[in-house]
Design a protein around this ligand. Structure first.
Ligand code: KG4
Ligand code: ZN
Length: 337
């Protein structure tokens, strides 16, 4: 049996599709939406409209470049949640219609599980069990992964996600959206020890980023009151310092999670795993502590359908299918066993 599955991702501002054949991802076509840039963040209504505009040609392009005819497909997979409801609806409706028209099974996928399983798109692949720090614009989680479909969240944020903290810090500095990659870029030319921020930490494996967001806001406000040109003159140092602070918050918790579980296979996933400070920091910590680390290729850090296709492949093997009454979920826990 060589299952061929078409996977669709539309949870936020990327319309993406991918074909997987017998567990091998054949392609990963992505249309990013630039319409949000001038608004300083993703506008949900505009995201849904852009998905509607993009989806037909993205699916056609994906099928054509995979060399697989739609009549050869064995299943259609889609992101059910979490994400923006209107954006998810576009992918869900398209997937349902296509599964119905082709009379093949429908497979729902949790977006956060897909980020974790992005490590199975290409070599090197982690062995079970491993820990995955999943860091995106909406989530910050430490996940204990016992098998492809057996994931347990052992730590998560109580308020903002770390991606939001990056984006808000950038906004406070007046940097253009999306802020995370901008901070990363400016940080490369800065001194990460130029400024210190208060260190706060939850006692468990959980995170909180609301305190640092407020501390950063007051820090900038006070410095700008003393010197109106502060941001402009110290832009690189500010970015390098806040990036180091946020990355350390993540790595400290990962170390704690590794000690508690005695697991030394450590992965990162999600949009913020594209951050060079986090990637370098994880590599260094891994060398110090004897971890085997897994850092995704840049194209698989941010939202993409290849990671959705991987989850779909393992669900297909276990015949875990959805029926046509399935609807998207804006909030969706990662309680997959
Ligand atoms: O996983 P993702 O593409 O979408 C969500 O599911 O949220 O993650 C988007 C988040 C945004 O907050 C963005 O600023 C952040 O990932 N991000 C980064 C970098 N690239 C993307 N944050 C810091 N450094 C980066 N290089
Ligand atoms: Zn994501």
């Amino acid at each position: 049996m060589d299952p061929k599955i078409l996977a669709i991702e539309s949870s936020c501002d990327e319309t993406s599709a991918s074909v997987i054949s017998n567990g091998k991802v054949l392609n990963n076509v992505i249309a990013s939406q630039s319409v949000h840039h001038k608004y300083g963040g993703v506008v949900p209504e505009l995201a849904s409209r852009a998905h509607q505009k993009n989806i037909v040609h993205i699916i056609n392009e994906t099928l054509t470049s995979s060399g697989i005819n739609k009549t050869e497909l064995d299943a259609i997979a889609f992101t059910k949640g979490p994400g923006l409801l209107g954006a998810l609806l576009v992918g869900v409706s398209f997937a349902k219609s296509m599964a119905l028209a082709l009379n093949i099974p429908l497979i729902e996928v949790n977006h956060m599980q897909a980020h974790v399983l992005s490590h199975f798109i290409e070599e090197p692949k982690p062995e079970f069990p491993f820990l995955c720090l999943t860091v995106s614009g909406g989530h910050t989680q430490i996940v204990l992964v016992r098998d492809y479909l057996n994931l347990t969240v052992i730590g998560e944020t109580h308020d903002d996600a770390v991606g939001e903290a990056f984006d808000k810090a950038a906004k406070i500095m007046g940097l253009p959206y999306p802020g995370g990659p901008m901070i990363d870029k400016l940080a490369k030319e800065g001194n990460p020890d130029a400024f210190q921020f208060p260190v706060t930490s939850m006692p468990s494996l959980d995170f909180s980023f609301s305190g640092i967001k407020t501390a950063f806001l007051y820090f900038i406000r006070d410095e700008v009151a003393k010197n109106p040109l502060f941001i402009e003159s110290r832009k690189n140092d500010i970015c390098a310092s806040i990036q180091k602070h946020l990355v350390n918050m993540l790595l400290d918790k990962l170390e704690k999670a590794s000690n508690q579980t005695n697991i030394k296979q450590i992965a990162i996933a999600g949009g913020v795993s594209a951050n060079s400070g986090l990637r370098d920091g994880l590599r260094k910590k891994g060398e110090q502590l004897g971890w085997t680390t897994f850092i995704p290729d840049f194209q698989y850090c941010t939202d993409n359908a290849a990671m959705v296709a991987i989850v779909a492949h393992y669900k297909y093997k276990k015949e875990i299918f959805s029926n046509l009454s399935v609807s998207p979920m804006a909030r969706m826990p990662l309680d997959v066993k």
